[in-house]
Design a protein around this ligand. Structure first.
Ligand code: NAD
Length: 391
């Protein structure tokens, strides 16, 4: 069975799906691995490293796409590349099936088997495959460094012969994986940190990192779903959060905002008035930009200055830390692939909740209910059959 590692083509992408140590593991499991030259160049893995791990270098991308049985990717496969896929080729990566299902239509129509790393269920057994958490960790860390480099002040409290420098005040909105890493990083730099999340359970984690948890009375509504994710709030509940945020923004030097509700537009938490109440030179880093942003003024992918406040809205921070981001992603990916491959052959056990949960499409049809709802009817049929078979 052949696995191919391609050079990522998305604008600004520097990560690679698998690194040489993962290649070694897969070859030891009986796979042949071919790589497109230069695929790991920015992630600290040279062609010689891949060759040393046992991979073959193949410069013909079209041939790699047409002959591979498994193609692990970071960002999905570009539409032109999808034209070359064969029936049954397995693609695994961040395929954005709920955000951009239309970009997958070609691959689905060609009968490719698609696995979305963002749909791997967050169950204990799948922790080692949780690429979403890995990338959120990198983003939370890097967001604080970006803010610290942009802020015209220092983060730590300094007591010097020339006087005392007060610590920066950082507000982190959303205390999930990215938010908690942002809190930890800001604390390490010496900032005073406050955080707000709709999930009460996040409070203990925030406090354990030495930050203050801001509580809002949301009237006892259910804010968390069964999977531990935040629910979409009513406009009234959102407004209560915004009131607290507007009040806290006035005294914050930095706001790192990470709030997301899976499959929905990111909740609007920072209104124009809150931005305009901040001191000149303050910084907002909106990590929810790929889902529309948590700030009313966010322009995804653009950095702007509004009333002297820097508003940064990066779309792919993990790509700015390609070595470690690829290292984490590659480990998650090789763990996931080992679930699909038994004795050197593909063995897709659709009763396994991880495999079933991550599968977007197979045999020309959608395998995931939420994705099926977003696709044309002829690609959505399999969901019903599959669900009947499982139940
Ligand atoms: P996420 O990226 O979906 O959202 C980020 C944070 O935003 C969440 O903490 C969410 O509660 C918060 N949020 C959403 N709407 C908000 C609003 N209106 N106001 C303020 N905050 C809001 O979440 P995530 O980082 O992927 O993690 C979600 C949950 O999954 C957490 O409980 C986390 O601990 C859990 N988790 C479990 C595992 C596992 O068991 N393997 C792995 C990773 C995460």
């Amino acid at each position: 069975m052949r696995l191919a590692i391609l050079k990522e083509t998305a604008n600004g992408e520097t990560r690679v799906a698998l690194l040489p140590d993962a290649v070694k593991t897969l070859i030891s499991r009986g796979l042949e691995v071919a790589v497109e030259p230069g695929c790991g160049a920015e992630a600290g893995a040279s062609d010689e490293d891949f060759a040393g791990a046992g991979a073959q270098l193949r410069p013909n991308r079209a041939e790699l796409l047409a002959t591979a049985d498994v193609i692990p990717v970071v960002n999905g496969v570009a539409p032109a590349d999808q034209e070359r896929l064969s029936e049954g080729t397995v693609i695994a990566g961040f395929l954005r099936p709920l955000d951009e299902p239309e970009r997958l239509q070609n691959a689905i129509a060609r009968g490719a088997t698609l696995f979305a790393m963002e749909l791997v269920p967050r169950i204990t057994r799948a922790q080692a495959m949780d690429a979403l958490s890995s990338m959120a960790t990198v983003s939370g860390y890097k967001a604080v460094l970006l803010a610290a480099a942009t802020l015209p002040r220092m983060f730590p409290l300094l007591m010097t012969a020339a006087g005392t420098v007060p610590p920066a005040r950082v507000l982190v909105l959303g205390a999930g994986v990215a938010g908690l890493q942002a809190i930890a990083t800001a604390r390490r730099l010496g900032a005073v940190v406050e955080s707000y999340d709709v999930r009460a359970a996040a409070g203990e984690q925030v406090k354990s990192l030495g930050a203050k948890f801001l509580e809002v009375d949301l009237g006892g509504i259910q804010t968390e779903d069964q999977g531990g994710y935040a629910r979409e709030l009513t406009e009234e509940a959102l407004e209560r959060g915004r009131e607290l945020i507007t009040k806290t923004a006035r005294t914050s030097d930095v706001i790192i905002t990470t709030a997301l509700v899976p499959g929905k537009r990111a909740p609007l938490l920072i209104c124009r008035a809150a931005v305009e109440s901040m001191r000149g030179g303050s910084v907002i880093v909106d990590l929810a930009a790929p889902a529309g942003g948590n700030c009313e003024l966010t322009q995804p992918g653009h950095d702007i200055i509004h009333h002297g406040v820097h508003l940064l809205a990066p779309l792919n921070l993990p790509a700015t830390v390609p070595v470690h981001a690829s290292q984490l992603y590659s480990r998650n990916m090789v763990n996931f692939l080992q679930l699909l491959i038994k004795k050197g052959e593909l063995n897709l056990d659709m009763n396994d909740p991880i495999i079933r949960g991550a599968c977007v499409a197979r045999g020309g049809e959608a395998m995931n209910e939420r994705v099926a709802a977003l696709l044309p009817p002829q690609q959505a049929r399999a969901v019903v059959c599959e669900q009947r078979r499982i139940s």
